[in-house]
Structures are given as C-alpha cells and as structure tokens.
Design a protein around this ligand. Structure first.
Ligand code: PLP
Length: 359
C-alpha cells in the first residue's frame, strides 16, 4: 500500500535487489524481518494485523517500484484478481480473453451467472476485435502472454481503445513479470500477479498482488483486502520478496534455457507445434497424437516434474486438458512447459529421450 519508492533512476534489475530494505544505519538489519504479530500498540498507523504489516509493506514497496505503481499484496493471485474485479460496478461488462488462467475464467463465469457482471470473451491477439468489444465495457481484463495458448496482446493499443470508451484496463502480468513487461507504462490502470509463480520462484509460496496506477484504486483495493480478509501471511510476503531479489538472474537463465529448448524442439517429429512468444520461460508444445502420447510424455522424465503451476527454479510440465475446466479450444495434446534454471543440456537430454519413446 505504498507509492513507488525513489529508485526510478535505477535499472529494474537493481531495484529488485535494493528497494524495500531498512535504511542504512549502524546495526540495521539487511532485510525487513518477518513480523509475526496480530496487533500493534495503539497510537500508530497500523493498529491491527488485518490492516497492515511491515513485512507486507517491504514486498509492496519493491513490486510497486518494479511495476511503476502502488502495490497491494493479497493471500493469492485469485484474491488479487477477485479484488480487482470488485472495482466493476454491478452489471458492468468485462471483456476478457477466451484463453486465460482457468481460475479467472471460472470466476468471471460465476459472477456472470450470479448477475454481478456481464462478460464477453474475445481473442485477445485480435486487437481490432478487442477494440470493437470495448464499446460499453466497464473493464478490459487480460493476461499476456495467455495461459496456456501463449497468444500475445497489444497492451498499448488495447488500453487506448478501452480508455476511449471509458473502460478500465487490468493486466495479469504473471507470465512476463515486470522485468519483461510493464503494463502500467503502456497505459493499463491495474496489474495483477500470482506471486506464487516467478516472483516467489521456488514453488514454496501461494500469494498475490495487485498494482494500481492511481491512489484511488489503491485505496479501493486496500478496502477490499481489509473487508474481504484475503490478507497475505507475513512469512509469505517475506519469502516472495526474497524471491524477487533473484528474479533477474533466475529469469535470464530460464529464458535462455527456454529459447534453446525451442530451437531444439522446432520441427521435432513427435510434435505438431511449438508455441513460444519470443520472451519468458513458458513454452507450449502440442504432442502429435493428442492426449495419449502427451500423458505418456509427462510420466517418462526424470528431471521434468509432472505438476501444475509454473515459474519455479525447477522445470515442470503438464498436459493442460487434463483439467476439465481448461478451454476446449486448447489442443488435447498441448503440454505447457515451465522451463527452470537447470543446465539446459540436462533438460534437453531428459525431454528428448522421453519424446523419442512416444514418437
Ligand atoms: C496461477 C495463476 C493465477 C492464480 O494465482 P494463485 O496464486 O494460484 O491464486 C492467476 N493468473 C495466472 C496467469 C496464473 O498463472
């Protein structure tokens, strides 16, 4: 719940390391400690553990500085998404990508069924279609690249079209992270993160955050967190911030690994398709023959772990259509790879050996 700090002259890789630390004074700790307390002595600014915590604030200062806005941390990515959707007035129209995180699609559909909002799903890579759908919209919500289709949206063009119709623009920046993409600088009003993924980076935290361009939206999000109660735990914010400290080097390695694997996978006889947006460390491959061979692939590796979620230091993968909630337009044989920071030749040997057994 704090404005971006005054590190704006620094490169984001440096901000990730230096922001949100105690002032340099003799014997000051290097890190803001985990503040395990439910209440505070009266007379100060925080008062109670559901209203604030210095361990949240340290995380929020850093992520806010990286995204160029005002960060509010939440118990999970879904809690942050839910709070942002609460900014839509009852009955308002939300435009969203057909291919999005399944939880987001389910939440939008549930709220539409309850009559709390209306939703129109679009192909987010078709900027003209998105712009046309903006008429009468209260919010354009999207993630880019999309999960797991990896379509890329033109954030600046969509933001301009949405604003021309008075609609808010919210972007789920989980896949790209603020080191590869800064939606607020491209015109978005709000950004959300599943901090569970790249920001934490070690598959040991579930946490989320929303970042607002305006103080008004920041206050509304704090209100949602305070009254909705989906607060992060102090230890989780500490771990997520510890993750952000190494985000630049983790992402650099994971992205380089992903790019090398894409090069080697391209044209592989066991695959119909290799999808990669050109940045980040998520790759979707479409296994020839559909669900059967794809299910066989994810059971035959030693390093690659068959698991949902993404963004950890370890490489994981899963066939997305194993989830009934995944969109039917996602191919049955699509396996989403979350490329980690292991040595790329080891990753390739393991993956290609498994591919050879199903080909
Ligand atoms: C995982 C994920 C979410 C949900 O976040 P949680 O932390 O699991 O609640 C939202 N958006 C995207 C793109 C995700 O990958």
């Amino acid at each position: 719940m704090h404005a971006a700090s005054d590190d704006s002259d620094l490169h984001p890789d440096t901000v990730a390391v230096v922001a949100g630390r105690p002032a340099h004074a003799p014997d000051a700790p290097m890190n803001v400690p985990v503040h395990l307390t439910s209440t505070y002595v009266a007379g100060g600014d925080i008062a109670y553990g559901r209203y604030g915590n210095p361990s949240w604030t340290a995380f929020e200062d850093v992520l806010g500085a990286l995204e160029g806005g005002r960060c509010v941390s939440f118990a999970s990515g879904m809690a942050a998404i839910s709070a942002v959707l609460d900014l839509v007035e009852p009955g308002g129209l939300v435009v969203a990508p057909r291919h999005s995180y399944t939880g987001t699609v389910a939440l939008l559909e549930e709220r539409a069924q309850q009559g709390r909002l209306r939703v129109e799903f679009v192909d987010i890579a078709d900027t003209a279609a998105v712009a046309a759908a903006c008429e009468g919209a209260a919010m354009v919500w999207f993630e880019t690249p999309t999960n797991p289709a990896l379509e890329v949206a033109d954030i600046a063009a969509i933001a301009a079209a949405a604003h021309a119709h008075g609609a808010l623009v919210a972007v789920d920046n989980t896949f790209a992270t603020p080191l590869l993409q800064r939606p607020l600088a491209l015109g978005a009003d709000l950004v959300v993160h599943s901090a569970t993924k790249y920001l934490s980076g070690h598959s040991d935290v579930v946490m989320g955050a929303a970042i607002a361009a305006s103080a008004e939206h920041e206050a509304a999000l704090v209100q949602r967190r305070t009254l909705g109660g989906a607060i992060p735990a102090p230890l989780e914010t500490y771990l997520a911030l510890r993750g952000i400290r190494t985000l630049a080097v983790r992402l650099e390695r994971a992205q380089a690994n992903a790019q090398e694997l894409v090069r080697r996978l391209d044209g592989h006889p066991a695959l119909d398709e290799v999808r990669y947006p050109g940045f980040g460390a998520i790759v979707s491959i479409v296994v020839r023959g559909g669900a059967g061979p794809a299910d066989a692939l994810v059971e035959r590796t030693r390093l690659w772990v068959h698991a949902t979620s993404l963004g950890g230091v370890e490489s994981t993968f899963e066939r997305r259509r194993r989830w009934p909630a995944e969109q039917p337009t996602i191919p049955e044989g699509l396996v989403r790879l979350s490329v980690g920071i292991e040595q790329v030749d080891d990753l390739w040997r393991d993956l290609s050996a498994a591919l050879d057994t199903i080909g």
